[in-house]
Design a binder for this molecule. Structure first.
Ligand code: SIN
Length: 487
């Protein structure tokens, strides 16, 4: 990996505006999932360093809160500009530590930067209300204030965008933040911190605690009373555990957890569009997103046409090194992920699914799994109930709208759902009937900074992106002001 700006690659944690090592100098390696080579070693911070990061964020909070939204927006705008100015370097770093193809990494840098731009502007609009009074001589106001110090625990699948989606609204309204990035992808988080420093974000306002001891550092972030809000993206079991831990100090929570997205193709769908949507939703990031189509339901009348076109599109995917041009699917993040995909495909085949494409490790790389198409999937299979988080598309055949709605909703998860069809009355009915936080209608791509991203049921709560995403970092204070006079 050659970087135009070598300082994009930082190998120290970032606390209170300083680049620090662990107290005991411990480090852990960050590996390229395609080559297996160590890219860098970063500090393995423990509880004491995490507490210092919280203290720094708490100390920086009053001054950052007291700046005007416009002053904060100006600094954030510089941060946004710097991300785009270093888009190629950031993308190269992301592909090196995460494995996704370079075109997707470049796209993620722009997607991640868009949260900074959008929230910098939206921070100026954190309006309050003047409420008609209940008593003569009194005035009633509701003002919005920042919640305080925020902890952000972020995943490896979008190592930039999942940080900016939390940090940008927090900073825009005056909160300060401690980020704990995923152990697999700390380098993108440190690059973001480097650019934040360059942009003039003051010491302590943004801190990045790298660690290979997530439970120890997570324990500090969930128990420390100075942290008033925790925002987490990751698995449902971890989210439940964090929620338990955070209950001791009643922190505000945003939890963006697992999904099990249905992707429904009705008989009247336009086949080409449905296939393009299924490819985009299923194979983005090699199938490693919480909103990836996990169950593809196809109505009997269009089944053969859809499966033939879908199968042709999957067969054209090129696997390999994300850094090589033309690669569509890179490696999975680690061996545990690969083994999970293998186990789920084997379970489906054992229970009667037909392996139409793929179904094995690829010779193109140690952590690469071939794009896979499973036909004849049914509810007895693990893949109907659990996210596969890999490039595997199971297709289920259905006949009626009622039947497919019941199957789509038969899951504890409720993050994203998708469907394709043209009948307007049915579009409205199905959109309302799906028990999901987000529904893509005739599209497989729903992610954008301007829309509220989030789930229901065991996919969590809270919204990220859009004006709703800023609410999660604000608290309402009611002012009752007496002695003013009439009316
Ligand atoms: C995720 O996988 O958690 C987020 C995906 C996205 O923002 O599109």
């Amino acid at each position: 990996m050659t970087l135009r700006e070598p300082r994009i690659l930082q190998d120290r944690a970032y606390v209170n505006g300083e680049w620090i090592a662990a107290d005991d100098d411990a480090t852990f390696p960050v590996r390229n999932p395609y080559t297996g080579a160590v890219i860098a070693s970063v500090p393995d911070l423990g509880a004491a360093a995490a507490e210092r990061a919280v203290a720094a964020a708490a100390a920086a909070f009053p001054a950052w809160r007291d700046r005007t939204a416009g002053e904060r927006a100006t600094i954030m705008r510089k941060w946004f500009d710097l991300l785009l100015a270093h888009q190629d370097d950031l993308a190269a770093l992301m592909t090196a530590e995460q494995g996704k193809p370079l075109t997707e990494s470049r796209g993620e840098v722009a997607y991640g930067a868009s949260f900074i731009e959008w929230f910098a502007e939206e921070g100026r609009r954190a309006y309050g209300d003047v409420i008609p009074t209940h008593r003569s001589g009194t005035r009633i106001l509701a003002i919005r204030q920042p919640v305080g110090v925020v902890a952000a625990i972020t995943p490896w699948n979008f190592p930039i965008a999942m940080i900016t989606r939390k940090v940008a609204p927090a900073l825009a309204v005056g909160c300060t933040v401690v980020v704990k990035p995923a152990e697999d992808t700390p380098l993108c988080a440190l690059a973001l911190a480097y650019l934040a420093q360059e942009a003039g974000i003051p010491p302590g306002v943004l801190n990045v605690v790298t660690t290979n001891r997530p439970a120890e550092v997570g324990g500090v972030l969930t128990h420390d009373p100075r942290i008033r809000k925790l925002s987490f993206t990751g698995s449902t079991p971890t989210g439940k555990e964090l929620m338990k831990q955070a209950s001791g100090t009643l922190k505000r929570l945003s939890l963006e957890l697992g999904g099990n997205a249905p992707f429904i193709v009705f008989d009247d769908a336009e086949v080409e569009g449905a296939v393009a949507g299924a490819m985009a939703s299923k194979y983005r990031n090699g199938g490693q997103t919480c909103v990836c189509a996990n169950r593809i339901f196809v109505q009997a009348g269009i089944y053969d046409k859809f499966v033939a076109a879908f199968s042709r599109a999957i067969a054209e995917l090129r696997v390999g090194d994300g850094a090589a041009s033309g690669t569509d699917i890179g490696p999975l993040i680690n061996t545990a992920a690969l083994e999970k995909v293998e186990r789920m495909v084997q379970d489906a085949v054992d229970k009667g699914a037909e392996l139409a494409l793929g179904g094995r490790r690829s010779p193109a790389g140690e952590l690469i799994y071939e794009p896979t198409l499973l036909l004849g999937a049914d509810a007895s299979m693990d893949i109907a109930h659990e996210e596969v988080f890999g490039p595997v598309a199971p297709v289920f055949r259905f006949t009626t709208e009622e039947e497919v709605i019941a199957q789509a909703n038969d899951t504890p998860y409720g993050l994203a759902a998708y469907f394709y069809g043209r009948d307007h009355a049915r579009i409205w009915r199905v959109a309302e009937a799906l028990e999901y936080g987000m529904v893509g209608i005739n599209t497989g791509m729903i992610s954008t900074a301007v829309a509220p991203f989030g789930g229901v049921k065991e996919s969590g709560f809270g919204r990220e992106g859009s004006r709703y995403g800023i609410e999660d970092f604000l608290t309402i204070k009611y002012l009752c002001w007496d002695g003013i006079g009439a009316p």
